[in-house]
Write a protein that binds this ligand. Structure first.
Ligand code: LLP
Length: 425
């Protein structure tokens, strides 16, 4: 199959194996719904990014965007690899600290940040990536004098869905171009130490969007030069955000890491800036390392053939929310010759609760069996991280595979946990 990779996803005697473990046996052992992460694949992806840059003699700060996957066990793997962190909420900052990241390696990029949150971050000594004049003003009112970075909106966005585009006109993030110089001047006037400039144009871009991204890299570098002129200080880093996509579908080409790294490094080298390069990949590091396993409850001809599973968009919302395509594999009959078009439906009371990219786009699958296991691939980024308790479904368990061993890294939520914060009137 197109998604097979030695040591990660393999088909042996028509069965799916993940990092050498039988997916079906594994699902029975830990129960389903279950997220399985191949830790070795996470490390491989991280190193691939690092090596792409080292080919051009650059050592960027690689801030893992933990919004994609914030399991402490995964964060610890990346900490050991030398990662930095992109955190978007105070709780993410606390989780990163708990996972062993020193505060100097954490950059906080929030939006609509409250004053108590700013206070807490300032107290922790985390570098705050400013996204509004209001934030700057309120930080000054708190007597803050520390390091800041500024997020600007370079005016060009890209992403796999309009919901994942984060730069351009109708976008809430960052300081717009026509106000960016006054933001630098204000930072200086307030006595802040401006150490970085940041952009993030969107998430999940591939192909020709890489050219649009590199155009914004050029624009951001020009603005960084301007920042140094206006503040009279050297920046420590220029952060180009995250966004590199992964191959969700057979027809897609993989992400052109080399072109991406080369483009950034060449533009930085020719700018005269001495600042470090920073990037914030999330999906690229963990996306293909995670597989979501669920069990088939029903197989039935309704108006259309429907496979009903024991999971729903509360576990993995990407298909329902973004119309995202995820490969679906019948674990015990991967290459079965007899195939049919199915709707793969979840167990929530919503019509949108399907794992196909839309209700109409039925998926051709080999004959499934009730009680069998389905694997949904490329679920490591924004999978568990976006899970919810809708329909009072319990959050799934998560397992990490590392060096031939398996570890339960998150227990299945219990009913007691679900209701423990409820109070009677
Ligand atoms: N940096 C910033 C400031 C971000 O807002 C994001 C993602 C990233 C880095 C990481 O982007 P990545 O490398 O993972 O593309 N839930 C959506 C994706 C939303 C991304 C939000 N921001 C999805 O499931 O596709």
């Amino acid at each position: 199959m197109w998604w097979e990779q030695d040591g990660h996803l393999e088909v042996r005697q028509n069965q799916l194996y993940i990092a050498g473990f039988s997916a079906e046996a594994f699902a029975k052992q830990y129960g389903t719904p279950l997220y399985v992460y191949n830790g070795n694949r996470v490390i491989e992806n991280f190193r691939a990014v690092k090596e792409a840059f080292s080919e051009f003699k650059a050592r960027p700060r690689i801030h893992f965007a933990m919004k994609a996957n914030s399991h402490i066990a995964i964060l610890k793997l990346l900490e050991r690899e030398g990662a930095f962190i992109d955190a978007v909420s105070p709780a993410e900052v606390q989780i990163a600290l708990k996972a062993g990241f020193p505060r100097e390696k954490i950059l906080f990029t929030g939006t609509s940040v409250s004053t108590p949150e700013l206070k807490a971050l300032a107290k922790l000594g985390i570098t705050i990536n400013i996204d509004s004049f209001s934030q700057m003003q309120r930080l000054r009112d708190l007597g803050f004098k520390g390091d800041i970075s500024i997020r600007w909106n370079p005016g060009i966005g890209a992403g796999l869905h309009s919901h994942t585009i984060t730069a351009g006109k109708f976008i809430k993030f960052g300081i717009p171009e026509h106000k960016i110089e006054s933001a630098f001047l204000q930072a200086k006037a307030f006595g802040f130490n401006l150490v970085g400039l940041h952009q993030h144009i969107g998430s999940g871009w591939l192909g020709k969007d890489v050219d649009a991204f590199l155009e914004t890299v050029g624009k951001t570098i020009a603005i960084a030069v301007k920042a140094e002129e206006l503040t009279g200080k050297k920046l420590k880093f220029v952060d180009f955000g995250g966004g590199p996509g992964i191959r969700y579908r057979m027809e897609q080409a993989g992400f052109p890491l080399k072109k991406y790294a080369k483009g950034i490094v060449e533009k930085m080298n020719s700018s005269g800036l001495k600042a470090e390069i920073a990037i914030e990949p999330g999906r690229f590091i963990v996306g293909d390392a995670g597989i979501f396993l669920c069990e088939i409850n029903t197989v039935e001809e309704k108006n259309i053939p429907v496979i009903g599973v024991n999971a729903g968009f509360n576990d993995l919302v990407r298909p329902a929310f973004y119309g995202s395509y995820h490969e679906i594999v019948v674990c015990s009959n991967v290459n079965g010759r007899q195939k049919k078009q199915y709707m793969v439906a979840g167990n929530l009371c919503e019509s949108s609760d399907v794992f196909n990219e839309s209700r109409e786009a039925l998926r051709e699958l080999p004959t499934p069996n009730e009680g069998g296991i389905l694997a949904i691939l490329n679920a490591g980024a924004y999978g568990f991280a976006m899970a919810s308790n809708y329909n009072s479904r319990l959050l799934p368990a998560c397992v990490l595979l590392l060096d031939g061993r398996s570890y339960l890294i998150r227990e299945r939520q219990s009913l007691d946990e679900l209701i423990k914060s409820e109070r009677e009137s």
